[in-house]
Design a protein around this ligand. Sequence first.
Ligand code: NI
Length: 261
Amino acid sequence: MIYPDECKLCENLIIDTHAHYDDEKFDGVRDELLIELHKNGVDKIITCAVDGISAEKTLSLAENYDFIYAAVGIHPENLESKTTVDEIRRLASHKKCVAIGEIGLDYYWTDDNKDLQKEVFESQVILANELDLPVIVHDREAHSDTLEILKKHKPKGVLHCFSGSREMAQEIIKLGMYIGVGGVVTFKNARKMPEVINAVPIDRLLLETDCPYLAPEPYRGKLCHSGYITLTAQKIAEILGRTRDDIFCRTRENAKKLFNL
Ligand code: NI
């Protein structure tokens, strides 16, 4: 069973704007799972790379499946891969590449390489602007440095798995960017999220999973996949007093517009 019972969809409404289907956690189940998801309501998936090797795998998934699109980039936790921005430039020319990502800053795991993180992030933002592609940005405990680089270069794109304050969300909106919301919104300790979601215009919200990580409640800690996005949409619907399918339809339009799907 792909979906929790009450979440079965009859229409292909779902766009998962942030997944990692190249991740080894999907080894052995990947193809079967992707085919099953696409048969059961998942219309499109953007799968994000974290370095050069991951980008090659991500692009080959996008080549194998019409409904899968790729983002290529160097994640701040993957700097030891030594992938260069020139390699990312080459990979980004693939016709199924729709964004530069996942890129950004992560001071949670380590902050002793802040300068290198900022340099790699900034050069990829500049690349995205040059190529006229959106960015998919990771920001963990690095809100002010992330915002500074985004304000300087004003890329189009999304701040994924948003974890900042309402004020930060408003700054991101002012820059013309989108807010990505995933399974974290269903976690009991996500106290700030209702306030953030209420402050973001619905035409700036995107749905995502970050699978195989961050499965929503009640599947927290389990292997996440794009089908669980129904639980995230349900939670957002409750917060905003809308229906779940309304959330799917509205965020779907946003995703199509931003990523030119
Ligand atoms: Ni991610």
